[in-house]
Write a protein of this length. Structure first.
Length: 333
C-alpha cells in the first residue's frame, strides 16, 4: 500500500491533503509541531477528524521537523514512498515581527526534509511554495518563468530560498521534486489568521473589518478542494530526470507550478459575497497597506493544466458560502 509522509498534517492544507490520500486507500504518516501561532485546538480538531474517518491508516507524530534528530528518531523503522512537505511557519505579516521563527521552520525545516528525502531515496518530494515569491510584480498573471528575486517579506524570501535549495538537491542528487506556489487558499477548516476567517468572525460579531489599502486589493482566491486536487496530481507525477526543461525552467528533475484559480477578485466583491452569505452588512475600517503585503495576485496556471491536468472548478460565488456554512457549524454561530 503506498505510504506518504505529510508534514503540517494538522494544518489547513495538510489535513485536506492527508484526507484525500487516505480516501483513495493510501497510508499517511503525519507530522506537525502543533505550535500556538493560532489556536492549537483547531489543529487537534483537524487531527481528530482525520483519525475518526481513517483509523490506523493514519499515523501521527507530534514533533518539530526543524529538529533533525527528533524527525529521524520518530521515523526510524517507518517506510514511506513519497513526501508532501506542507509544514511551515505561515503568515506574511508575522514574519515582520518574528523573523527567527521563519528561519528555523522554513529554512532549517526544509533542509531537514531534503536530507530525509535524499537518505530515504523517496520517489518524489512535493513541497509548498507560495504566490508571495512574486513580490511586487506588476505584470499579471504571474508566470512561473517570471523573476522572483525581489521578495517583499521574509516569509516570501524563505519560500524562494526553499525553491533554490530544492533545485540544488535535484541537480546534485537527482532527487525528483515539485514546488507548488499556492494562491490565497480558503475553505472549510481554514486558518484563523486568513482574511476570510477574520472578516467572517467580525461581521458575525458586528465588529469593524480591517480593509487594508482602503480596499484597493485583488486576490486569486483558490478553494481548498482545488488546491488539494493539484497537490495530489503533483504527488502522482514526479518530474522525469531526462535533461529536458521542466515548468519553471529546471533541467534537473524539479518542476514549479502555480496553483491558483486564475482569477483576480476585487476585495469589494469578496466582502459583498461574505455579507450575503452571513446575512448582515460589514462595518468597514479602511486602513493603509500593511508592510510586506501586495496589491494583486493572479496565477497563470497554464503549465499546471498542461502537465497535471489541474483545472480549478470552484468560484468564490460557491466557495465563500461553503466556508461560511462550515464556520457557523464549527463555532455554533
Amino acid at each position: 500500500m503506498p505510504t506518504t509522509l505529510v508534514t503540517g498534517a494538522a494544518g489547513f492544507i495538510g489535513m485536506a491533503t492527508a484526507q484525500a490520500l487516505l480516501a483513495r486507500g493510501d497510508r499517511v504518516i503525519g507530522v506537525d509541531s502543533i505550535n500556538d501561532y493560532y489556536d492549537p485546538a483547531l489543529k487537534r480538531a483537524r487531527l481528530a477528524h482525520i483519525t475518526q474517518a481513517h483509523g490506523d491508516r493514519f499515523a501521527f507524530h507530534h514533533l518539530d521537523f526543524s529538529d533533525a534528530a527528533a524527525l529521524r528518531a520518530a521515523l526510524a523503522g517507518r517506510d514511506f514512498d513519497r513526501i508532501v512537505h506542507l509544514g511551515a511557519q505561515a503568515g506574511v505579516r508575522y514574519s515582520v515581527e518574528r523573523p527567527d521563527v521563519y528561519a528555523q521552520a522554513n529554512l532549517v525545516g526544509h533542509l531537514n526534509l531534503l536530507e530525509l528525502a535524499r537518505d530515504r531515496r523517496v520517489a518524489h518530494l512535493v513541497y509548498a511554495s507560495s504566490s508571495s515569491v512574486y513580490g511586487g510584480n506588476m505584470d499579471v498573471p504571474f508566470r512561473v518563468e517570471d523573476r522572483v528575486d525581489r521578495p517583499l517579506s521574509l516569509y516570501a524570501a524563505t519560500k524562494r530560498a526553499n525553491e533554490l535549495m530544492s533545485e540544488s538537491y535535484a541537480h546534485l542528487f537527482r532527487l525528483p521534486q515539485t514546488g507548488l506556489r499556492f494562491f490565497t487558499v480558503y475553505g472549510p477548516w481554514g486558518r484563523p489568521d486568513m482574511m476570510l476567517w477574520i472578516f467572517t468572525a467580525k461581521i458575525l460579531r458586528g465588529q469593524p473589518i480591517p480593509v487594508f489599502n482602503h480596499g484597493r486589493m485583488e486576490r486569486d482566491f483558490t478553494f481548498v478542494d482545488d488546491i488539494v486536487a493539484g497537490v495530489i496530481a503533483a504527488h502522482d507525477h514526479a518530474p522525469a530526470d531526462d535533461a529536458t526543461p521542466k515548468s519553471g525552467g529546471s533541467v534537473s528533475p524539479h518542476a514549479l507550478y502555480n496553483l491558483g484559480n486564475h482569477r483576480a477578485e476585487p476585495l469589494g466583491r469578496v466582502i459583498t459575497l461574505l455579507e450575503a452569505a452571513i446575512g448582515r452588512p460589514a462595518i468597514r475600517q479602511d486602513l493603509p497597506m500593511q508592510p510586506g503585503d501586495v496589491t494583486r495576485t493572479f496565477a497563470d496556471i497554464e503549465s499546471a493544466t498542461r502537465d497535471l491536468n489541474y483545472r480549478p472548478a470552484t468560484t468564490i460565488d460557491e466557495g465563500i458560502p461553503r466556508f461560511v456554512r462550515w464556520y457557523r457549524e464549527y463555532h455554533g454561530a
